[in-house]
Design a protein around this ligand. Structure first.
Ligand code: FAD
Ligand code: SF4
Ligand code: SF4
Ligand code: SF4
Ligand code: SF4
Length: 412
């Protein structure tokens, strides 16, 4: 019987899932079992879209269709939690099993703290994550640096410090360090990311620490909750997965990789934050970059921490309408509202129509706030620095009383 804290190897027993899964298909088999056993009403996961560079979210209720989603897509830069809030009523009425990278897991926690998502109805299957690539730069890199037509690539993966592509006619891997020194490789926020093993989830799954003979595939799973342990136990009993204890050598390898990834991320932070300068220099840099803003609202629309029904940036007395670029107040509002809780998912930069490094600005501020207050967004379910206000109740109170001050912000 599996228990919280166990470190195991797991593979799918279904031959098709075993073959199609990235590392033996345990995740797909667990999701399928969750659906079949009605532990979940549906599965929200990711599937290849028009091509390998297009990761699209899919909601699956037919267990037979789950195999289509097996495999890892590293060029998909989606963030799933806001979809659950927006399109699934925050999982209030449905039980959903969902796959999550570290940034997804942190966003889930920040939304749950604000009562926007019901974690009790979710089975969170975490995926370790060394990083992801933005689709257009990925195509560019493959064309220019690898010298391969990106449309001929049918598989991509990170392995032993390399980004490897398989294409019609061969295979080519280049070290991630080399790629990133030349401005290619993982998204900048991924290079700064320190959530490599998403222990916020019920299970944290990955290939790090699998020391098999090479002919077999399996996923290394850290069981992070009772819910995760229950799923593994039941799926094993039902013959969906086979499980064994991870050997000491595998555990040591995984721990060593995690430590070195964290070290690298620390160095990337230092380097990238240094580019911003400090004091007035930083302010001028931000002013210059944001002067290109066309007020498309994508940074707000996609940010998991920005979900207000009435966004202050749309209030004419804060941000006079009809001006492009908008007054700096537009950006200041966002910085002041969410800098404490930015989880460095990169969405506000990824989706910015003008390639403004929003995520870099916000993450740099967040890290400074973290140093001041010790609050680490997305790490646990503790309250954010500017704690919970239930928006509709608060708006009603303001309207009823004619008051314009928000109270009770440190509500327990
Ligand atoms: P499968 O049975 O193949 O199932 C994988 C599941 O993940 C599917 O449900 C699929 O829809 C979903 N999925 C695919 N792409 C995404 C995505 N972009 N976002 C959310 N869900 C997705 N493991 C490591 O140990 N080290 C790493 O550095 C590492 N980096 C990763 C980076 C990314 C972007 C991703 C998606 C995964 C990464 N993994 C990493 C996890 C690893 O690749 C496997 O997903 C994991 O070992 C499970 O293998 P499996 O065969 O059991 O999964
Ligand atoms: Fe992975 Fe972190 Fe990048 Fe998210 S931010 S895709 S968890 S490396
Ligand atoms: Fe993600 Fe940007 Fe929001 Fe931070 S500010 S959580 S990086 S979208
Ligand atoms: Fe809410 Fe502020 Fe984000 Fe607007 S900018 S959605 S008001 S947190
Ligand atoms: Fe401005 Fe970019 Fe935000 Fe659009 S996404 S409003 S261009 S900062």
């Amino acid at each position: 019987m599996a228990a919280k804290g166990d470190l195991i190897y797991a593979s799918a027993l279904n031959a098709d899932i075993l073959a199609k899964g990235e590392c033996g298909g345990a995740v797909t088999a667990l999701l399928k079992y969750a659906l079949e056993s009605r532990l979940a009403d549906g599965v929200l996961t990711v599937e290849k879209g028009v091509d390998l560079y297009d990761a699209k979210p899919v909601y699956i209720t037919d267990p037979a269709l789950l195999i289509n989603s097996a495999g890892s897509l590293h060029c998909g830069t989606l963030l799933i939690p806001k979809l659950i809030k927006k399109y699934f009523n925050g999982a209030r009425d449905l039980k959903i099993a969902v796959t999550l990278k570290g940034c997804d897991a942190k966003a889930m926690y920040e939304l749950a703290k604000r009562e926007q998502i019901n974690l009790d109805n979710l089975i969170m299957i975490g995926l370790n994550c060394g990083g992801s690539l933005s689709p257009v730069p990925a195509r560019n890199m493959i064309s220019k640096k690898y010298g391969i037509d990106p449309d001929c690539v049918f598989k991509e993966e990170f392995d032993k410090g390399k980004f490897i592509i398989e294409y019609d006619g061969g295979e080519k891997g280049i070290s991630v360090n080399e790629l990133e020194e030349e401005g290619y490789g993982r998204r900048l926020n991924c290079q700064r990311c320190m959530t490599k093993i998403p222990r916020q989830c019920d299970l944290a799954c990955g290939n790090w620490g699998f020391v098999g003979d090479g002919s077999k595939k399996a996923t290394f799973i850290e069981i992070c909750s009772e819910k995760g342990a229950n799923l593994v136990t039941k799926a094993e009993s039902a013959g969906a997965i086979c499980v064994s204890d991870a050997p000491e050598s595998g555990i040591a390898v995984r721990s060593k990789i995690e430590k070195s990834m964290l070290l690298l991320a620390g160095k990337a932070r230092e380097k990238q934050f240094a580019m911003l300068g400090s004091g007035k220099e930083r302010l001028n840099f931000i002013l210059e970059e944001t002067s290109m803003c066309i007020k498309c609202y994508q940074c707000i629309e996609k940010c998991p921490v920005c979900y207000c029904v009435e966004c202050s940036t749309k209030k004419p007395y804060f941000v006079p309408p009809g001006r492009i670029p908008p007054p700096f107040m537009f950006h200041l509002i966002r910085y002041s509202h969410i800098a404490d809780s930015c989880i460095n998912c990169g969405q506000c930069e990824e989706l910015c129509a003008m390639d403004i490094p929003n995520s870099l600005f916000m993450h740099a501020i967040q890290v400074e706030m973290e140093e001041m207050f010790g609050y680490v967004p997305g790490e646990d379910l503790g309250l954010p620095v500017l704690a919970l206000v239930e928006e509709s109740q608060e708006r009603k109170r303001l309207l009823d009383t004619g008051c314009d001050q928000i109270f009770d912000i440190f509500k327990n």
